[in-house]
Design a protein around this ligand. Sequence first.
Ligand code: GAP
Length: 519
Amino acid sequence: MAQEDIFKKLVAHCKEYGYIFPSSEIYDGLSAVYDYGQYGVELKNNIKKYWWDSMVLLNENIVGIDSAIFMHPTIWKASGHVDAFNDPLIDNKDSKKRYRADVLIEEQLAKIEDKISKEVEKARLRFGEDFDEKKFRETNQRVLANQTKIDELNARFSKAMNDNDLAGLRQIIIDNEIVCPVSGSRNWTEVRQFNLMFETEMGATSEGASKVYLRPETAQGIFVNFLNVQKTGRMKIPFGIAQIGKAFRNEIVARLFIFRMREFEQMEMQFFVQPGLELDWFRHWKEIRMKWHTSLGFGEENYRFHDHTKLAHYANAATDIEFRFPFGFREVEGIHSRTDFDLKQHQNFSGKKMQYFDPEKGESYIPYVIETSIGVDRMFLQIVSAALQEEELKKDDGTLDSRVVMRLPSSLAPVKLAVMPLVRKDGLPEIAEKIIKNLRFDFNCQYDDKDSIGRRYRRQDAIGTPYCITIDHQTIDDNSVTIRYRDSMEQERVKISQLKDIIAEKVSISGLLKKLQNE
Ligand code: GAP
C-alpha cells in the first residue's frame, strides 16, 4: 500500500476508535488543532508518565515544575522570540497557497533521498543475502550522483538559512525547479519572514491592557525559575528541571495531522552544567534519549540522529532524533547544547543575577544548558504509526482473513484488559463484573459483552488492548479464565487469582523504566 494511503488510514482509524478528533468538528474544524478522545487521552497520559518518570524518578538530580503559559512579555524579547522566531514563507501566485520555503527545500532533499533508498532496495532484492549496502552506496553511479545533489543542495540551504538570506532561499527553489504541489507551477512570490507567536491582551480595559504571548515553548518557564528551584531545592550542578505543558505556534503550514499543530504539548528538560563540560553532557543526553525511544521496541532501524550543521546562534551543538514515519524520517525530539545564552539574556533583561555559586570550585558562574525537547503529540504520532498494522490471517479452514491491530507497548496501551463473558447469562456477566471490580484499582479495564467473541477480540485489537479475559462455563467450575494475547492471538487458561500478577508484570511503566536502566 502506498505510504500516503497508510497515513490516511491511520488518521481515519484514530478518529473511528476515539483516539483523535478534529477540533470544533461540528463547526467544520479549526486548522491544525485536534482533540484527544477517550483512548487518545489515556495513551497521551501514559506517554507523559513514561517521560516524566524517566526524568524525575530515575534521576535524583532532576526535578519537575509546572510554570504558567502566560509570562512577562519581556521574557520573549530576552529569549529572542520577538525578533527572531520567524519562518520564511513563500506564496504560489497561481494556487494562492502559502508554504514554508525551508520545508519546500527539505521535501526536495527527502525526494532525492527517497530515490537513493529505492535504488538500494532494488539492489537488495537483486543480490539477496550477498548484498553489501555500504559498498553499493559507495560505488553505484546513480546513488553517487544523487548523493552529490543532496550534498550540494544541503550546503546551499544551510548557508542561506545561516545568513538569513531570503533571496537565496527563493533562488534555491527556482534553481531546483520546485513546483507548487497544488497548481504545479513555479510562479513564486518573494520569501518573507513571519513571526510564529500568538499574541493576546492581558487586562480589563484596552487602555490598561498589555500585550502578552501564548508561550511558543515551555523552556523559558524553566529558565526564569532556575534560581527559585536551585535555591529551594538546594540543587547542586549538574542538575535538571523538567516540565510538560502546552505550547502554541502560528505555524504557516500546519500539515500531516498532529505532526505540526498550532496548539501542542512539549516535554522539555533543561540540564544545567559547568561551562566547558557541556559537550560531554550533550553526548550523554543524546544516548539516554535515544535509548528512551528504542526501548519501546519499534526497531532501532527506524530511528536516526540528524546532527545540525546549521546551528542557532545560541547553540554549540544540536541534533534531532528522527523517526521513520509513513511520510519519511522526521524530527521527534531535539537535543540542544544552548550554552549560557538564555540565562545570560534573562540576567541582562531583568537585571537579576542568574549565577550559581559552585562550592567545589569556589566561584560563581552562569551555567551552561543541555536541553532535551520532545513534542507529546509527535511522540503520540510516532507510536500510533508504528503500532497500527493490518495483518492477513489464515483461518483454521485455510481461508484468509484479516485484522487491524494496534501493537502498542502494553505499558502505554489505553485499556490494559477487556473482560468478556462468553454469553450474557448463566452467571458469567456477574463473574466478569467481579473480576473488574477487583482489578480496576490497578488497571484500566473494560467490560464488553456485545457481539460474538471474535468480533469483540477484533474491536479490542483495533484499540490496542493487550489482554482479553474470557469467562466461560468452565470458569464456574474451576475459577479459571482464558487470557488472550493481542499480538500472538494465543490463549492460555489461568486462575482468576493469578490475573493481577500476570498482567501487572507486563503493563507497568516501571517495566519500561527498568529496561532503560538495565540495557
Ligand atoms: N525549546 C526548544 C524547542 O522548542 P523545537 O525543535 O522548536 O525546540 C521541540 O521543538 C519539539 O517540539 C519538536 O521536536 C517537536 O517534537 C515538537 N514540536 C515543535 N513544533 C511543533 C508543532 N507545531 N506541532 C507539534 N509538535 C511540535
